[in-house]
Every structure is written in structure tokens, then in C-alpha cells.
Design a protein around this ligand. Sequence first.
Ligand SMILES: Cc1cc2nc3c(=O)[nH]c(=O)nc-3n(C[C@H](O)[C@H](O)[C@H](O)COP(=O)(O)OP(=O)(O)OC[C@H]3O[C@@H](n4cnc5c(N)ncnc54)[C@H](O)[C@@H]3O)c2cc1C
Length: 383
Amino acid sequence: MILIIGAGLGGLVTAIALARAGLAASVFEAAAELKETGAGLTLGRGAQHVLRDLRCQADVAARACPAGTLPFLHWRSARLLMGAPDPGDGTPDDGRADIVRHIYRADLQAVLLDHAARLGVAILTGRRLVGLAQDDGGVTARFADGSTARGRVLVGADGVRSAVRGLLHPGDAPRFTGHVAYRFLVPRAAAAPFMGQGRSAIFIGPRRTFNRYTMQGGAVVNCAGLAETGEAVPEGWSLPAGQDEVAAAFPGWHGDVTGLIGQARAIIKWGLYDRAPLARWSAGRVTLLGDAAHAMLPFLGMGAAMAIEDGWALARCLALEPNVDAALARYEAARRARCETMQAMSRRQGELTQAMDPDALEPAAVPMANQALMGFDPVAAGV
Ligand SMILES: Cc1cc2nc3c(=O)[nH]c(=O)nc-3n(C[C@H](O)[C@H](O)[C@H](O)COP(=O)(O)OP(=O)(O)OC[C@H]3O[C@@H](n4cnc5c(N)ncnc54)[C@H](O)[C@@H]3O)c2cc1C
């Protein structure tokens, strides 16, 4: 039995991949119920190769829409700085094309939960990991409700505030990056007057980014405003913020940005935290993946994709290597360089696109234009 801590995207993909390889897994989730977090995701191509390999991709694509061109626009004038305008309509596709897609995070999680359940994976909610102990025969997880579970391997897929990482590395804490994100959804009708640049657009300006795209068949526009801040913002999935605060963070921006902010309801404010690279992700029978191992800034929209790629690779290594030490070493060898590069490139993307003069942007230098980075196929590369 493999114990997976956390039923986020990385944990669920790990469970599905293990089940497909014939290895038993259970998922332990702290939340009492898995409810939506009110945000969209850009789903990178590498993650979609994984979802195809796991036979989830058609169901994901049915709920997603092609991302199109993701053009970069000047914050004040909306002049095109990189890419091409995006005339598509957001209609879902069959999932076969090797493209980036947009999806509502809750929709993706629902598809993964459904596949995991059909494969017989137990997903236990209300189980917050608070302790672990390992010996030659296995690892025992201890939960806040007093229950325990024992397995051959324990996987910390428990996000940026990982309890598993905290138990392996006492004192190691998430780092505030000096950035805050405001996320909100606008229904199509209310957003229509402010969508002149097509269904996806990333406005860039000094120390700010405003990214918006349609999802759910074009019915909803997902908006994310990223801003550097001197304020210390506590971590959290759901700190509420007022419309005035968001408007004050984007003064003088193009009317399509301020117009969408004017339509914002139920705004979620996120302090953006990352994690310092670790010398090893694994210790004995315990390992980490996704944000627990390498949380990153969201400028490339690849954090969830990395968690999904990690989960696939870890399951593959456990299936191929009966020896736990060998399997976890092989997993780290397959994943570490890619994830650490993505962490560094996400930060670099933000530095380049949030420069004081957007007109100085050199498209060829922007990490998002790097096909080797953004178009990597982890399934073809293998472990
Ligand atoms: C503003 C913003 C925009 C983003 N946009 C994108 C994007 O467009 N594309 C993209 O790919 N990524 C994006 N990301 C990153 C992405 O959201 C994360 O990288 C991804 O969710 C990480 O997945 P995970 O499975 O590692 O962790 P999570 O999704 O955080 O899941 C961790 C799970 O573990 C559970 N848990 C926590 N502690 C415990 C415990 N002690 N015991 C049991 N369970 C526990 C949690 O409740 C949660 O369900 C964005 C992030 C931010 C902040």
C-alpha cells in the first residue's frame, strides 16, 4: 500500500497512475470535503501527455477549452507585445491535440476524483497528517483524528504548506515571494464589453500582470491580477479582498482590465509563497511531490502541471523498481532538474514581463517562448 497525503491534483494523479500500474494506494486529505477553490488553471502540455497516458484526457478536454495564443499586451494601451491575438471561441475539443488548455480547477479535480474512484482508490477526507514514523518494514502515518495508516511508501502531496516536508525538515518553511494574486471569475455577459483582445490575454506592466481567459465553454472569464507588494500577506487559499483593493493595485491600466475589475465579485487574495530547493526530496520511505517539493511563482502557469508530471513519474518508478530506495532515487533523477528549472524560469518570466518598460520586452528571451521547457513530453522522455 502506498499512502498519499493530499487529494490535490498531484496526489490524485499519483493515485490514478499507481492504480493503473496495479499498485494499491490510498489518499488521505485534511479537508472534510473537497470543494472548489474558485480559480481556473492553465494546463500545460506536459500534464496533458500524462492525462492522456492515464486515459483521463478526453474527460478533461470535455470540461476544458483550448488556450489559444495567450498574447502579451501593454498594460496601458493593450498594444500587442508578444504572440498573436486570440480569436477562438473556447469550444471544448476531443483532447487529441498537443496544446495548452484552460480548465476550472474544480472541474479537473472532479474528473480526477471520478477516475480514481472508478479504479478503486480509497480517498479518505478529514484526515490531517500530523506525524509519521518509519522502520525497515514500512511507514506509519498518524492523523489528527487519532487514526493511523501503514504502508510501504508515504508520498507528501500536501501542497506548499506541506506537513510531510515539515516533519522531514523541521524549521523549513514556505517563503513569501513579495507577490500577491487577486483571483476572480466574471460571467460571459458581464465580461463581454472588456474582451476586445480575444478570449485570452496577458496584460503586462511595471511590477504587475493581469491575466484573463475564458473557460467552461466560454461561459466564464477567469481573471488573475498579480502584483508585487511590500505588505506581508499571510498564506491562504481564500483571503477575501474588496474590489477597491484590486482597483487600487491596477491604477491607470487599460479599460479592459479595469472594466473586468469593476465586475469582480467574491475576490480571492493569495499571498504567493514558494519553497527553497531541497538537497533531497526523499528520506527513507517518504518522498515529496508538487508544491510540497518545489512550489513556484505562477508566472508560467506550470505549478499544477509539475505536480501532475511528478505524480506520473513517481508511480512509474515505483512500478518499475521493487526496491523503495532505488525507486525514489530514480524518481528524483527523473524530475529534479525539470522542476528546479521550472521554478527558476517562473521567477525569470515574472522579472521580464513585469519590468518597468514593457516595450523593452524581447519575446525570444521570455521563458514561455522556450519550446523545450513548455512543450516537454514526460511520457515520451520516460523515467
Ligand atoms: C495565483 C496562482 C495561479 C496559479 N495558476 C496556475 C496555472 O494556471 N497552472 C498551473 O499549472 N498551476 C497554477 N498554479 C499553481 C498550482 O495551483 C499549484 O502548483 C498546484 O495546485 C499544486 O498541486 P499540489 O497537488 O502539489 O498541491 P495542492 O493542490 O495544494 O494540494 C494539496 C492538498 O493537500 C491537502 N493537505 C494539506 N495539508 C495536509 C495534511 N497535513 N494532511 C492531509 N492533507 C493535507 C490540501 O488540503 C490539498 O487538498 C497557480 C497558483 C497560484 C497561487
